[in-house]
Ligand binder design. Structure first.
Ligand code: MG
Length: 384
């Protein structure tokens, strides 16, 4: 029985991770669940999975749940950011699913690594912001970073039994999002609802906006660079609207291995949790007769500048990816609150990156400070 912790258990990845646990009750056991403020869903999860520890970051959500859980004895309920971070190091847990949102995922992930837990990494911002620090610490502690992101999970599967030195290229597939083929002019007045209707994947709001701007693909490029220790020139984004090929690896002999499956996040989550074992999965089998054609095209990085900014930030290195990510988090939040338009997301990122000097070889403290500085610059831009 593998004991797991799910940080961000009420979000899209968290609930799907619990689905995987539900399908394999003899293999996986949830010891810890932690969420930000969704006390109602957390309560249901406590009732069903009976974890040893449950944490809510938000104080008022915690108070609400505590009053309802009065007679509950099996699960210890804790509150606050510090408890959330501490939960990552919970005794007896073997693997931590990091499915919390954004930069806030960094500290708990490092805490889990320091405690020797394997990581089922769904919080890509952790590697974007602090890839060098995270990968180095994981190597020192002998901790495995198992990717949950479908593309990186695909690379991971394609690379089983292969010498990483024989990688020529990582071919990172992208659906292209809901606005593939559109011009900047078409995108001037798109609504939040249009942005949130993704053609192939059903995901949380932040990542769905990131998919529409191609910032998500940009974050994934940086994530792939750190996970597989390749150069940026070796990562090529390929738009593949059907989202059947989840990514491919080209080797030095020009042979390409691809991973294909239905668009269901439970598959990469499960592989990360049961690795190296493969097990039956709730993911639907692919029906080749229903796939008329699989197409591949070049990304339009002049319209969807998220990808261009990410390569720039990644190649510049130092605090640049951290600033890129912080500016994007602020801009997406402002867009979802109706404060700025869709294309303004790019302006906020570009302007924030141009105003903030890059610091090379940052330590964790520098990254935390630079993240805050970038947020205040971006905040001032979305308030205008
Ligand atoms: Mg992805």
């Amino acid at each position: 029985m593998k004991k797991i912790a799910i940080l961000g258990s009420t979000g899209s990845i968290g609930t799907q991770a619990l689905d995987v646990v539900r399908a394999h009750p003899n293999e996986l056991q949830v010891s810890v669940i932690a969420a930000n403020s969704n006390d109602e869903l957390l309560e249901k999860q406590i009732d069903e999975f009976k974890p040893e520890l449950a944490v809510l970051s938000d104080e008022s959500a915690y108070q609400r749940l505590k009053s309802r859980l009065k007679n509950h004895t099996e699960t210890k309920l804790e509150c606050g950011r510090t408890s959330f971070i501490e939960a990552a190091a919970y005794d007896g847990v073997e693997i931590v699913v990091t499915s919390m949102l954004g930069f806030a995922g960094l500290e708990p992930t490092l805490k889990a690594i320091d405690a020797g837990k394997d990581i089922a990494l769904a919080n890509k911002e952790t590697l974007v912001v602090a890839g060098e620090i995270v990968m180095k610490r994981a190597a020192e502690r002998g901790v495995q970073i198992l990717p949950v992101d479908s593309e990186h999970g695909a690379f991971f599967q394609c690379l089983q039994g292969e010498d990483r030195k024989s990688i020529k290229k990582l071919l990172l597939t992208a659906s292209g999002g809901p606005f593939r083929g559109k011009t900047r002019d078409d995108l001037k007045d798109v609504t939040i609802e249009q942005v949130l209707s993704h053609p192939t994947w059903n995901m949380g709001k932040k990542i769905t906006v990131d998919s529409a701007t191609l910032v998500n693909k940009g974050l994934e490029v940086i994530e792939a660079k750190h996970l597989y220790n390749v150069e940026y020139e070796q990562i090529q984004v390929v738009v593949h609207p059907q989202s059947i090929v989840h990514s491919m690896v080209e080797f030095c002999d020009n042979s390409i291995i691809a991973q294909l499956a239905s668009t269901d996040m439970r598959l990469p989550i499960q592989y990360a949790l049961t690795y190296p074992k493969r097990m039956a999965s709730p993911t639907a089998s692919l029906d080749f007769w229903s796939m008329q054609n699989l197409t591949f095209e070049k990304p339009d990085i002049d319209t969807f500048k998220g990808l261009k900014f990410a390569y720039q930030a990644g190649k510049t290195g130092g605090t640049s990816p951290c600033v890129f990510n912080a500016a994007n988090e602020v801009a997406v939040h402002a867009f979802l609150s109706g404060k700025i338009k869709f294309l303004d997301i790019y302006n906020v990122i570009e302007e924030t990156m141009s105003r903030q000097a890059v610091i090379h070889n940052p330590n964790l403290e520098t990254l935390i400070n630079e993240d805050l500085r970038a947020r205040s610059i971006a905040d001032s831009l979305v308030k205008v």
